[in-house]
Design a protein around this ligand. Structure first.
Ligand code: ZN
Length: 150
């Protein structure tokens, strides 16, 4: 990539979802390469910056600063933030779906999800950038979900 004469700052990029206007979170292209369906991946613009829209009621999952969008059906997996189903993973790396978290809480009145995931993170086993659609650590989602299901 050539260096531009007037370097763009993060602020000059359009980082808001073109559909609902929510501010997107920057994701690495490796996340899209890993999670898009083959058909959607064929249209990936590897030179552009992609962002994740985490709004529950917006079908857009990724968009770039050139107006391109990828929606839910363009991903091989369900998106935690946009799908309230019990079969949807909260932690994608170690397969903590909502029903697994809920079941453990019902049976033991306790959740080992966070401590278990933390141990895996410390052992260097976590792969959020290629497993989780948000491209980053799931722990905040785990805490929120454990609270909700307790
Ligand atoms: Zn959106």
């Amino acid at each position: 990539m050539s260096e531009e004469c007037c370097s763009k700052t993060e602020n000059s990029l359009n980082t808001n979802c073109p559909l609902n206007g929510a501010k997107g979170k920057r994701v690495q292209t490796i996340t899209l390469k890993s999670l898009l369906t083959p058909k959607a991946l064929e249209t990936l613009d590897a030179e552009s910056n992609y962002f994740f829209c985490d709004s529950i009621d917006c079908p857009v999952v990724y968009f770039n600063d050139r107006g391109q969008t990828f929606i839910l059906v363009d991903l091989k997996i369900p998106v935690f933030q946009k799908d309230q189903g019990f079969q949807v993973p909260v932690c994608y790396c170690f397969d903590w779906k909502r029903d697994r978290i809920s079941q453990e809480i019902q049976e033991t009145n306790n959740s080992t999800a966070e401590s278990s995931i933390r141990a895996h993170i410390q052992a260097g086993r976590c792969g959020c950038e290629v497993n989780n659609p948000q491209g980053s650590c799931c722990l905040a989602n785990i805490r929120k979900e454990v609270k909700k299901l307790s």
